[in-house]
Ligand binder design. Sequence first.
Ligand code: HEM
Length: 505
Amino acid sequence: MRNDWSGQTFPHPPGRLRFVGDVRSVDPSRPLMSMLQHARTLGEIFEFQVFDQKFVFVAGARLGAELCDESRFGKDLPPALTSLREFAGDGLFTAFTEERNWGLAHDLLRPAFTRPAMQSYHPIMVETLDELFAYWDHQEGPVDVSRDMTKLTMETLSRAAFSKDFGSFTSTEVHPFVPAMISALRTAQRLATLDTAPGGALIKRRLRRRNAPHQAYVDDLIDGVVAERRAGPASDHDLLGIMLQTPHPETGERLDDLNIRFQILTFLVAGHETTSGALSFALYYLARHPEILARAQAETDEILGPDPDAVPEFEQVAKFRYLRRVLDEALRLWPTAPAFGRGPREEVTLSSGHTMRPGDWAIVMLPAMHRDPEVWGEDAEEFDPDRFLPERSRARPAHTYKPFGTGERACIGRQFALHESILVLARLLHRYDLSGDPGYVLDVSERLTIMPEGFELTLTPRTPAALTGGPAEDDQEPSEVPPSESTCQAGLNAISQTCPSGSDT
Ligand code: HEM
């Protein structure tokens, strides 16, 4: 048995079979939903067996917080991430912490997420969003929210990070890179499920063969972008430039070309669907809750004034405090990177009484942890942005809100995602009135990330006369800490040298 936990057992779904284990207890197209369902009855820690692979899931907030203690635990790569290495190699997300390239890339790329770097991405975010608005303004009927948010975040990221324009809103054709990347990524994910299945090796070979042209296209395109930049004048204005030009400040080492390709793929994969899912869930809840939408719109009107086309300055983005709470709450209920793996540095005994030894790993299930009534109350399933009012955030136990992961392997792109998301929500709500289909029932699609599927909105341009006067009085608290139990209390606008990514968010 892999991930044996020295033979210790945990509650598991009913109906386990001798050879296949618990495979019948999971919907293969909705594994996360199946696990969330099981978490309700199986408790804070449970297991799931697929052939000879054991998965241990942590669903309780108290135990999840324990696994976030960096002094005793670190990131571990469960099978889904290990097989993603076929696609993204030792890029930041899929590297083992002890691998040379993780430390090197982490140190080299941190400057790409400091406040000055974020200031340089702001106009790119604005410009790409203008293109989306122009595209919408020429469209008839409702828009497919997840589809368009995904195009937007992919386009923004590729422009900001690699100065590459895929023409998502200006061309009628989909750039072939996008389907090729998705196919290569899906293949890597499917490989993960075949590790222990009988006949898995054969199916894996077939999948790899079928995916080879897609993978080759993606690799060639990126290698071409890198070669072009190497041949041109030196510049460290974006992430790619930093990777090409900057030696490590202490050791003088640089990333090699293969690793640069892996980092580019990593940033595209880790950075765009996560953000578009967050935006889509936030818009879903706004459309569902007219009173919350009204408050959010009042805030945008107060900050941006009477012109529906107004664009916030970089510094203004941090002022949308209510919108930030809306986003935080959407990421509580639906953390779009919904799980991460943790393993102990040395043998430990968990508060559940189980012993965990180096080599054992558990998967922290964020949507379950973020809905644990012990921390979030009996109304944990309700959407209530005011849970993230500063005093309420401060009153919660540490390490119980982790949409961006934890410790040294926490999300390096967190500030990029937050800045982009707030900017998009602010401009979108200021410019349009939203209405959703009241008959729509939330359907969450599961890939590496999660997002609403089939969710449409009708957008009606707002006129200056329709803009409201300003937020309600209770919104005007003087300052707000970041909602998580971050050790960095500087807020969204203090992206920065003082708040390094990888801090305990
Ligand atoms: C709402 C949006 C986002 C969410 C919810 C999110 C979530 C996460 C989480 C949970 C992790 C930790 C995974 C683990 O421990 O296995 C992570 C890591 C990472 N994220 Fe994000 N992310 C988002 C946006 C972004 C963006 C915009 C970028 C790039 C610009 C990015 C790049 C990365 C990278 C490179 C890592 C790996 C860091 C390391 O291990 O050193 N993410 N993210």
